[in-house]
Ligand binder design. Sequence first.
Ligand SMILES: C[S@@+](CC[C@H](N)C(=O)[O-])C[C@H]1O[C@@H](n2cnc3c(N)ncnc32)[C@H](O)[C@@H]1O
Length: 334
Amino acid sequence: MASPPKEGPAMAEDSSTASLTLVPSDEHGMDNRDELAIDNEDGGEIDVPLSALASLSSSLYAHVKENGRTYHKYKEGNLQHHLCKIALYERLHLAPLKEENVKHALDIGTGTGIWAIEFAEQFPQTKVIGTDLSPIQPEFVPSNLSFEVDDVDDDWLYTHPFDYIHGRLMVFGFSDPLAVFRKAFNALSPGGYFEMQDLCSPIRSFDNSLDGSAMVRCSNLLIEACQKRGFDLTVPKKYKEMMQSVGFVDVKEVVVEWPIGTWAKSEYHKRIGAWFKKDMEVGAEGIIMGMFTRLLGMSKEEVAVIVEDVKKDMNDRSIHAYEPFYVVYGRKPE
Ligand SMILES: C[S@@+](CC[C@H](N)C(=O)[O-])C[C@H]1O[C@@H](n2cnc3c(N)ncnc32)[C@H](O)[C@@H]1O
């Protein structure tokens, strides 16, 4: 069964969201995690209570529940948000922010806006802007938060500098991440922080259990399809170097392995794995079908076979697949 962390983060079970909360004991509160290891004892499944997601942001749900399509989008976004927070022990950010120093914050590619809403709630004195290509965010949000339709690839025309800029799960939207990082650097006030949180393809394993699997084939095809659209799904491993190259200092990189499924030993990884698998079950099929047919010229039938094989792999505990989640942040020098 899962073993408790050796030392460091003190964790408490929060039964309402079945998640872990952290009492930070070091700079990130992330350094003393359990290592990713295989659960040879088949230590049981983890419940993935999707219904608990509603309690994460009841105000958000209240405003989107009427519209079925939007509701599904929110549910998916909310699931990913929950997953990121489990991985970071309920934190929204790892950059060492002090509320009195964060007058203005920006969330690029805010999606459903759920991160920005919670950030605005946690930092009530901060004026927060969330931007996205699509205006899918709810109308009724904390008074210190506003949403704007904007493309990160366009010129940034904000009327004031920011003290914190955040971007999460943007790898499908970054055609030129280095250019975005440079814009973030220019848009920050001295001493301000920039933070990116992203999954880095391809999926991998510590052993050879992925070799020849449908999962690894699918992951490689997805990388290939995205390349054709100009997106590099493997880029987050370069974020640290990129941030340094545009001038950020004290750049820190924290990598959390997200197992796919519950094959991992620690409670922490098991929980991430259960939610990550659910996320893939809920969202991946549509993306894969669209991208593989449009960009790789595959037939719907061919893709359907891949999807079925991937589903089988995801339920096979002898396949120890994971994807690294990179959290990278740096400071603009004073
Ligand atoms: C996977 S979602 C992540 C949403 C949010 N950051 C989160 O973590 O909950 C990616 C979002 O980036 C947005 N996006 C993609 N390309 C963008 C661009 N060039 N400018 C602004 N937003 C973009 C998409 O519309 C989508 O809402």
